[in-house]
Design a protein around this ligand. Structure first.
Ligand SMILES: Nc1ncnc2c1ncn2[C@@H]1O[C@H](COP(=O)(O)OP(=O)(O)O)[C@@H](O)[C@H]1O
Ligand SMILES: [Mg+2]
Length: 455
């Protein structure tokens, strides 16, 4: 309990301490009770302290109304019975205590809420970091199909920054008329509230597996690029087919070759006999046909090989130079020419016989695609850790529809083609850890073999 002898003193105390109640006379020296009450109410700290005025009965009427207007809580009229005063004060103290506990409780809960909020924000940040760091695209859309969130990868997929994506209508980016099935899925998803996943080609030749989850607020999508795995899958299927064919070739190749050798031997023998002199041309033709069959079988057998046997440190340019006269003779026959641009390339582990075969097969195809007057350009160079061997022709090009098939064994568009040239190139390239790229237009085709440089 504090006792103040004037309004000014009371104001000082009120600033320093917390009080459950202020008991005050109306008439005081200096500041009177009302003026003091007004000032107490003005201060934030003391704004809520109950003020009880003590007044004499003869002044009660004129003071009571004015006092309440100025912020008095209650009045005690003199003369006072000590018990009344005690009970009143006790009541206020009790109230004060209740309020105090309540306030501390609120403070405690607020602190808890703040720390929970902090934790939530930390978790949020973690989730955000995860979403940003995953290699998949992640976007969320609301009920109106407007994008509400997009991570960096999603930005890359749509060729925009994530900020540019937010707020856009998904249908602007993925037109509904081009992807009717996708939107059908989304519609059903929103109804079922069950996760779904589907594959989309967007744009051409880029494939994504999209997993979608519906929420009451909208839908979230995880967009996973499967272009590369699809390509690898295709490649593996192709290699498996090649492998099977190779095994078959190895199995039957020799069985066919042996009788052919016998037949050829007899044909050569008989062609020298006087009796058959008239048919010499036929014998020559039969023998050359057998030779052709034999060379096809040789090519076919080379598909079965798993490893290049003759790997030696060689220079690609040197191999090209040795085989060039042969190619040039080929070209001259058809009134075509060969141009070479051989830039310096490092030596590399190469199987010379196989590389010759690769060069021949690619240049032959080029020559066969052109009309007289055309020319073939053979180039070598180093590019980004790879040795490039490029054969460029001025032929009619390769139609899109068949581009997928030209590496398949026996696929040919030529009357007397074997369809083995490119599959053989492919298996030679694979054995040399190289890849073959094709660029084709109606003005000609370019085959690029990329050899990884091994140090
Ligand atoms: N440079 C090229 N220009 C146009 N078409 C080509 C070229 N190279 C290959 N092709 C196409 O690929 C097919 C397969 O080639 P290949 O495997 O060498 O077999 P072949 O030459 O016996 O037909 C050819 O029939 C042809 O249609
Ligand atoms: Mg060919």
């Amino acid at each position: 309990m504090f006792q103040a002898l004037s309004g000014e003193e009371a104001l000082k105390y009120v600033l320093e301490e917390n009080f459950a109640l202020i008991l005050m006379d109306v008439q005081m020296p200096g500041l009177n009770g009302f003026e003091t009450a007004k000032l107490i109410r003005k201060r934030k700290k003391s704004n809520n302290i109950p003020i009880v005025f003590i007044t004499a009965i003869n002044q009660a009427n004129e003071y009571v109304v004015q006092g309440y207007q100025l912020g008095a809580t209650d009045y005690i009229i003199k003369p006072i019975h000590p018990d009344t005063l005690r009970l009143k004060v006790e009541g206020y103290v009790k109230n004060y205590k209740i309020r105090e506990t309540l306030e501390s409780l609120v403070q405690e809960r607020t602190a808890e809420l703040i720390s929970a909020n902090k934790r939530l924000m930390a978790v949020n940040k973690k989730i955000y970091n995860i979403i940003e760091s995953i290699a998949d695209g992640f976007i969320t859309i609301d009920k109106n199909r407007l994008i509400t969130y997009a991570n960096k990868e999603a930005g890359r997929i749509f060729n925009q920054t994530p900020e540019e994506l937010v707020g856009r209508d998904i249908r602007e980016l993925v037109p509904e008329q081009d992807y009717p099935e996708l939107y059908q899925e989304i519609k059903e998803l929103a109804k079922k509230h069950k996760p779904a996943h589907f594959e989309v080609e967007f744009p051409k030749d880029t494939f994504y597996v999209v997993r979608a989850f519906a929420y009451p607020e909208g839908i979230s999508f995880i967009i996973h690029d499967v272009t590369e795995s699809k390509r690898v899958e295709k490649e593996i299927a192709f290699l498996e087919r090649l492998n099977l064919i190779g095994q078959m070739a190895a199995g039957i190749g020799h069985e066919i070759r042996n009788p052919m050798t016998t037949v050829k031997g007899f044909l050569q023998l008989m062609s020298r006999k006087e009796d058959f002199l008239d048919h010499k041309d036929h014998f020559t033709m039969m023998i050359s046909e057998l030779d052709r069959a034999n060379s096809i079988i040789s090519e076919f057998l080379s598909l079965a090989k798993k490893k290049s046997v003759g790997l030696e440190r060689k220079n690609l340019n040197a191999i090209i130079e040795t085989i060039l006269p042969l190619i040039q003779a080929d070209a001259l026959k058809g009134d075509m020419c060969i141009k070479t641009f051989l830039n310096e390339v490092p030596d590399q582990l190469l199987d010379e016989k196989e590389i010759r075969q690769l060069i021949l097969n690619l240049t032959r195809n080029g020559l066969e695609s052109m009309s007289p007057g055309g020319s073939i350009t053979i180039k070598t160079m180093v590019d980004q850790g790879e040795i490039l061997f490029i054969v460029q022709d001025e032929g009619k090009g390769i139609e899109k529809e068949i581009l997928d098939q030209i590496f398949n064994p026996f696929f040919t568009t030529k009357n007397s083609g074997t369809g083995l040239g490119l599959p053989v190139c492919h298996s030679i390239a694979t054995r040399h850890n190289a890849k073959i790229d094709i660029d084709s237009s109606p003005a000609g085709s370019t085959f690029t073999v990329r050899f990884k440089i091994f140090k």
